[in-house]
Design a protein around this ligand. Structure first.
Ligand code: ADP
Length: 507
C-alpha cells in the first residue's frame, strides 16, 4: 500500500519515555525507551523536571525513526499516551516551567484534600468528575503550584501561565508553543472537569481556586489536534491522537464495546471496563472516567487501581530475598499445588480500590511448620489475582454488566501461572494478546483512526489477537470458599493497630 507506512506512538510514562512505530497491521516495527530522573525532595513528594520529560520524549522519537530507517514522510500521524494526573505549569511567553512537574504519586496535597473532605465536597466532586477526593488527582496539585511562590497566582489570573497534564506539555512543545490542549481522557483526571458536559466546571474551579485563564482547550482523543513544528522532524507532522496511559491501553486492548475490560499487571494493577456512552456512577468506590472521545462520540469507563500488583513480586525479591528475579516466582510457586491455607493480604501501602484504607497493613496468615518459600510465592500470586477479583466484582456490580473475559497486559502478565490462577479465581477466561505494548498501540490507534490509516473500530477490533487464553478450571464451590477466606484475611489487615497519625502514602 502506498502512503506513509507508520504511526509514531509516544508513550510518556512515569519512569521512562518510549517511542514505538506501528505499521498498518498494528505490529510494532521499532521501539526505543529512555529513563529519566525521579526527584523525591521530601517524604511523600515526587517530582519530574519538565525539561526531562520533553527532552527524553523528543530523543526517543528521533531515535526510533533512525532505528527503523524512517523519515517524516513515512509517518502518517503521531499519537500520544501519557502518565496521567502529573501536573505542570509554564509561562506562555517564554515556555519556561513554573516549578517542577508534580507527579501523580505525590502526596503533598493530602491536607488540602482533607480540608475539602471536611467541607463536605465529596458528593459534588464525585457527581461532576466521577472521582474521589485524593491527592492523586491534578486539582490540588495545580492549586499548590499556584500558591508555591509570590506572584504566580496573579500571573495565572492575567493569563500569562498555562496549566497542563503531560499530554498538554508535550503538545505545547511539539507544536512550538502554538497549541495548548488536553484530551477529554486526561481532563477527566484533574478534578476540574465535568464528565457529562465535557467542559471545565465553574463550581469546581471555584472550589479548587483555579483561574480559568490557565486551562487548556479540551479536544477529542482522536481528531486533528495539532501539528508539530517543522523544525523538529524535518516536516510538520499531524498529532491526531491523545489519551491518558490507562485509557490508551484499554483502547489498545480493543475494549471498544461495553463490558470489555482489561487489567494491567504492572507495579500496581489498573483495571478498566468500557461502560459505553453513559458514565456509570460508582457505589463501590471505583472512579468513573472518560475512556476516549472519538469526534463527538464519547466512551466512559469504570476504573479501579490497586497499589500492590507486581510490586508484591518485587517485595519477594528485594524484601524477603526468596527469589532473585521477578520471573523466578513462577517456578517457585509451581512447586506447590496450592498455598495450603497461607494468605497474603498485601496492604503494604494501605489498600486502594475498592477499599481505600490508608490504615491497613500487610498481613501473612495461615502459616504452619510446613510453610515454606513456595507457599508464600503462591500466596503472592493469589493475592494479585484476588485483588483483581475484588475490583472486577465491584465493576460488575456498578455497571450491571458481567465481564465475559479479562484482557491482560503489563510485566507480570508474562507469568502463565498467575494468569491461570486469575482465570480460576475469576471463573472467567483470561486472555493475553499478541501485542502487549497496549498503551502505545492505543495511542497509535487513536491517531490512525483520524487519518484513515485504519478504517474504523471494526478494523481495530479485528486486529486484536489473543496470544494465549487461560480457561478457568476451579469449581464454583472452591472459588467461593477461597474468596470468602480472602475477605476474612483482608478484614484482619484492616483491623491492624495503626496509629491514626500514620496513614500510608499511596506510593
Ligand atoms: P510499570 O509500568 O508499573 O513499571 P511493568 O508493566 O513494567 O510495570 O511491570 C513490572 C512488574 O512486573 C514488576 O513489578 C515485576 O515484579 C513484574 N514482572 C516482570 N516480569 C515478570 C515475570 N516474568 N513474572 C512475574 N512478574 C513479572
Amino acid at each position: 500500500m502506498s502512503g506513509p507506512r507508520y504511526i509514531l506512538a509516544l508513550d510518556q510514562g512515569t519512569t521512562s519515555s518510549r517511542a514505538i512505530l506501528f505499521d498498518r497491521s498494528g505490529a510494532p516495527v521499532a521501539a526505543v525507551q529512555r529513563e529519566f530522573a525521579q526527584h523525591y525532595p521530601h517524604p511523600g513528594w515526587v517530582e519530574h523536571d519538565p525539561h526531562d520529560i520533553w527532552q527524553s520524549q523528543l530523543a526517543v522519537a528521533h531515535e526510533v525513526l533512525r532505528k527503523a530507517g524512517a523519515q517524516a514522510s513515512d509517518i502518517a500521524a503521531i499519537g500520544i499516551a501519557n502518565q496521567r494526573e502529573t501536573t505542570l505549569l509554564w509561562d506562555r511567553a517564554s515556555g519556561e516551567p513554573v516549578g517542577p512537574a508534580i507527579v501523580w504519586q505525590d502526596r503533598r496535597t493530602a491536607a488540602h484534600c482533607e480540608r475539602l473532605a471536611a467541607q463536605g465536597a465529596a458528593p459534588l466532586i464525585q457527581s461532576r468528575t466521577g472521582l474521589l477526593i485524593d491527592p492523586y488527582f491534578s486539582g490540588t496539585k495545580l492549586a499548590w503550584l499556584l500558591d508555591s511562590a509570590p506572584g504566580v497566582r496573579t500571573r495565572a489570573e492575567r493569563g500569562e501561565l498555562a496549566f497542563g497534564t503531560v499530554d498538554g506539555w508535550l503538545v505545547w512543545q511539539l507544536s512550538g508553543g502554538r497549541r495548548h490542549v488536553t484530551d477529554a481522557s486526561n481532563a477527566s483526571r484533574t478534578s476540574l472537569f465535568n464528565i457529562e458536559t465535557l467542559d471545565w466546571d465553574d463550581d469546581l474551579l471555584a472550589l479548587f481556586g483555579i483561574p480559568r485563564a490557565v486551562l487548556p482547550e479540551i479536544v477529542p482523543s482522536s481528531g486533528a489536534l495539532a501539528h508539530t513544528d517543522a523544525s523538529l522532524f524535518g516536516a510538520s507532522l499531524p498529532i491526531t491522537g491523545i489519551a491518558g496511559d490507562q485509557q490508551a491501553a484499554t483502547f489498545g486492548q480493543a475494549c471498544v464495546e461495553p463490558g470489555l475490560a482489561k487489567n494491567t499487571y504492572g507495579t500496581g494493577l489498573f483495571l478498566l471496563m468500557n461502560t459505553g456512552a453513559q458514565p456509570v456512577a460508582s457505589s463501590h468506590r471505583l472512579v468513573t472516567t472518560v475512556g476516549w472521545q472519538l469526534g463527538a462520540h464519547r466512551t466512559y469507563a469504570l476504573e479501579g487501581s490497586v497499589f500492590m500488583g507486581g510490586a508484591i513480586i518485587q517485595w519477594l525479591r528485594d524484601g524477603l530475598g526468596i527469589i532473585e528475579s521477578a520471573p523466578e516466582i513462577e517456578a517457585l510457586a509451581a512447586q506447590c499445588a496450592s498455598s495450603e491455607g497461607v494468605i497474603l493480604a498485601p496492604a503494604f501501602a494501605g489498600l486502594g480500590a475498592p477499599y481505600w484504607d490508608p490504615y491497613a497493613r500487610g498481613t501473612l496468615l495461615g502459616m504452619t511448620r510446613g510453610t515454606g518459600r513456595a507457599h508464600i510465592a503462591r500466596a503472592a500470586l493469589d493475592a494479585i489475582a484476588l485483588q483483581t477479583v475484588d475490583v472486577l466484582s465491584a465493576m460488575e456490580a456498578d455497571a450491571g454488566i458481567a465481564v465475559s473475559e479479562l484482557r491482560v497486559d503489563g510485566g507480570a502478565s508474562q507469568c502463565d501461572l498467575l494468569l491461570q490462577i486469575q482465570a480460576d479465581l475469576l471463573g472467567r477466561p483470561v486472555v493475553r494478546p499478541a501485542v502487549i505494548e497496549t498503551t502505545a498501540l492505543g495511542a497509535a490507534y487513536l491517531a490512525g483512526l483520524e487519518t484513515g490509516f485504519w478504517s474504523g473500530l471494526d478494523e481495530i477490533a479485528q486486529q486484536w489477537r489473543a496470544a494465549r487464553r487461560f480457561e478457568p478450571a476451579m469449581s464454583a464451590d472452591e472459588r467461593g470458599q477461597r474468596i470468602a477466606q480472602w475477605h476474612r484475611a483482608i478484614d484482619r489487615a484492616r483491623a491492624w493497630d495503626v496509629p491514626a497519625d500514620q496513614p500510608c502514602s499511596a506510593t
